[in-house]
Design a protein around this ligand. Structure first.
Ligand code: CP
Ligand code: NVA
Length: 301
């Protein structure tokens, strides 16, 4: 069990492995071979405590492309929702499948599963991290601009799960992350502290965006924070990526957003639907990046 590789965080892989997964994702996208079925007969269990479009579809489609299958598990319909201990659930589920993907509220749910699972556990988003999205975002950057090492990425908005995974990506791939967040909505200090010089904070979106090669944002209220929407609209009102913020960046800077997006809140319609936005290739790349991750974790078994 101890040799089992998990993907609870980007920090579960090395820089070289991150680049390997990105390049495999690009290759799998360019040359789709229906006869390549490295996961033939394998089963992925997918636990979703929260809603999903992209993550669910990309994992399901990816397993089918690779000759395997997946099982969608909602806590509402399983004993997980009735309080069966996570340890017991992890042991039982992992005794029947080849991999487990979880989208949960608490990050500890995923790490506890990983501790007790005999098969790889994948973080499909927690309140703290969203590492799968970073595989797709970085694949997209590499496709458009080449390696991101030495570049500047501006994160504008909430210091949330996406922001934390961007910090991890900066550490692993060697870019600098400029962060502009309203007071009270900064990323977790322990995650920032571990990143050293990879992260710099700025007092406004325009200052953070200066010379950036990539600008990224996310919703002001994440899943589970819906009741804070109004108070967050006040706190974040000056933290929109709009034409003025884009103008501070490099002229060829890209714009990304994990989606779903709220036009007119964290990003103007002009920017998200404009020529520098790559949100739809980014979303499609969830499929290719996930396949590369599944191949990395499961195919060599
Ligand atoms: N970006 C992302 O994870 O989308 P879903 O919530 O639709 O899975
Ligand atoms: N920060 C968002 C990301 C959604 C993909 C959330 O957690 O809801």
């Amino acid at each position: 069990m101890s040799n089992t590789r998990h993907f609870t965080s980007l920090l579960d892989i090395t820089s070289d492995e991150f680049r390997h997964i990105i390049h495999r994702a690009m290759a799998l996208k360019t040359h789709r071979d229906p006869n390549y079925q490295p996961l033939k007969g394998q089963v992925l269990a997918m636990v979703f405590e929260k809603s999903s479009t992209r993550t669910r579809i990309s994992f399901e489609a990816g397993m089918v492309h690779f000759g395997g299958s997946s099982i969608f598990l909602s806590p509402r319909d399983t004993q997980l929702g009735r309080g069966e201990p996570l340890q017991d659930s992890a042991k039982v589920i992992s005794s029947m499948v080849d991999g487990i993907m979880l989208r949960t509220d608490k990050h500890e749910t995923v790490t506890t599963f990983a501790e007790h699972s005999s098969v790889p556990v994948i973080n499909g988003l927690t309140d703290q991290q969203h590492p799968c999205q970073l595989l797709a975002d970085m694949q997209t950057y590499f496709e458009y601009r080449g390696d991101i090492q030495g570049k500047i990425v501006a994160w504008i908005g909430d210091g949330n799960n996406m922001c934390h995974s961007y910090i991890h990506a900066a550490m692993l791939l060697g870019f600098t992350l400029h962060i502009a967040s309203p007071e009270g909505y900064y990323p977790l200090p322990e995650i920032v502290a571990a990143a050293g010089d990879s992260v710099r904070f700025f007092a406004s979106p325009v200052l953070a965006a200066a010379n950036a090669d990539l600008l990224v944002t996310d919703v002001w209220a994440s899943m589970g924070q819906e009741q804070e929407q109004q108070q967050r609209e006040v706190a974040f009102k000056d933290y929109q990526i709009n034409a003025e913020v884009m103008a501070a960046a490099q002229p060829d800077a890209l714009f990304m957003h994990c989606l779903p997006a709220h036009r007119g809140e964290e990003v103007s319609a002009e920017v998200i639907d404009g020529p520098q936005s790559v949100i739809f290739p980014e979303a499609e790349n969830r499929l290719h990046a996930q396949k590369a991750l599944l191949e990395f974790l499961l195919a060599s078994k």
